[in-house]
Write a protein that binds this ligand. Structure first.
Ligand code: BDR
Ligand code: CA
Length: 311
């Protein structure tokens, strides 16, 4: 059955691939693409979303801009790994698709409330500001949403502090609201996404596919590689965000474990940490799951298939 999703993102090299996978896979129906400040300012990531939509010929999916800063924190961007534009490394077409004249938070709420209950899946791949704001403004969305599958957090790895992941540390209060809302939620964290590396064979396959989009993606991955090498000491860049979509398409891409997850808000050294209670000490029954493994080949094959469909 086709899965209807809202992609809430901050493009972003890996957000771009999440968008392409969602658009190019027949089992996913994109109901909306919403943007949030994160990898770069709201203006830049929204422009990137519109340019990416133009590149892949995505005309019938509404795109709306949301929150331009976290709930409490000051804005913090990731120019070190995504560049000044938020998606450095290739020339993207000027936007030919229009931005909706509605805030992303309202579009998220409307889409969920105007569709049958249990049909819309939320896929956040940026800071959780839009989603948390939607929950606060219209709490009924919590029981109507089918599930939330998000990229963020980690239980062992980290990339933005000794213990925290970027999307969560950007807006920990928003993450606290989203993780504690009570809906079915799957956390696709760094422990999994650090295995989704754009290695040399990936670059070769992107060349073999040889479409306008796959060549742009290749250029993006090479630039991403350079920035990740320089700033995170990775030989190959982890393509975090599309793991969420791949898991929705094929749950055998990633094993998940049921566990309570909470967000540390107060720790001087640990603010923004996703605390995963694998032993269920805090609670027995919870609706939260955490990804623990990745089938790399299945993951990349889904990306390649989507790029061939996009053409
Ligand atoms: C996450 O942070 C962003 O830079 C990426 O797009 C991804 O969503 C990884 O920590
Ligand atoms: Ca992202």
């Amino acid at each position: 059955m086709v899965k209807k999703i809202i992609l809430d993102c901050d493009p972003g090299h890996d957000d771009a691939l999440a968008l392409m996978l969602a658009y190019g896979n027949p089992e996913i129906e994109l109901m909306a693409v919403t943007t949030v400040a994160g990898n770069q300012t709201l203006k830049k990531v929204t422009n990137n979303a519109l340019s990416l939509a133009t590149l892949i010929g995505m005309k019938n999916v509404p795109i709306a801009a949301g929150c331009d800063r976290p709930l409490v924190n000051e804005i913090k961007v990731a120019a070190d790994v995504h560049g000044e534009s938020g998606i450095d490394g290739t020339e993207l077409p000027a936007p030919e698709v229009q931005l909706e004249d509605i805030n992303a938070v309202d579009l998220i709420i409307d889409t969920i409330m105007n569709n049958p209950a249990n049909t819309i899946t939320l896929v956040p791949t940026g800071a959780l500001t839009n989603i948390a704001t939607a929950v606060r403004r219209e709490p009924r969305i919590v029981e109507r949403v089918k599930e939330v599958v998000l990229m963020g957090g980690a239980y062992k790895d980290s990339n933005a502090s000794a213990v925290a992941e970027f999307n969560i540390i950007v807006d920990p209060e928003a993450a606290h609201i989203v993780f504690n809302a009570g809906w079915k939620l799957t956390m696709v964290g760094l422990d999994v996404t650090h295995k989704a590396l754009a290695t040399e064979d990936v670059i070769e396959e992107l060349e073999n596919i040889n479409t306008v989009t796959s060549i742009k993606v290749k250029e993006l991955m090479l630039a991403f590689r350079g920035m990740y090498k320089e700033n995170q000491n990775f030989d190959f860049p982890p393509v975090h965000d599309p793991v969420t979509i791949a898991y929705l398409i094929d749950p055998t891409v990633m094993d998940v474990v049921n566990a309570p997850i909470d967000i540390e808000l107060n720790g001087k050294l640990t603010r923004g940490m996703t605390v995963v209670d694998f032993s269920h000490v805090l609670k027995e029954e919870v609706p939260t799951n955490v990804g623990v493994s990745l089938d790399k080949q299945k993951f990349w094959n889904l990306i390649y298939d989507a790029l061939r469909v996009i053409g």
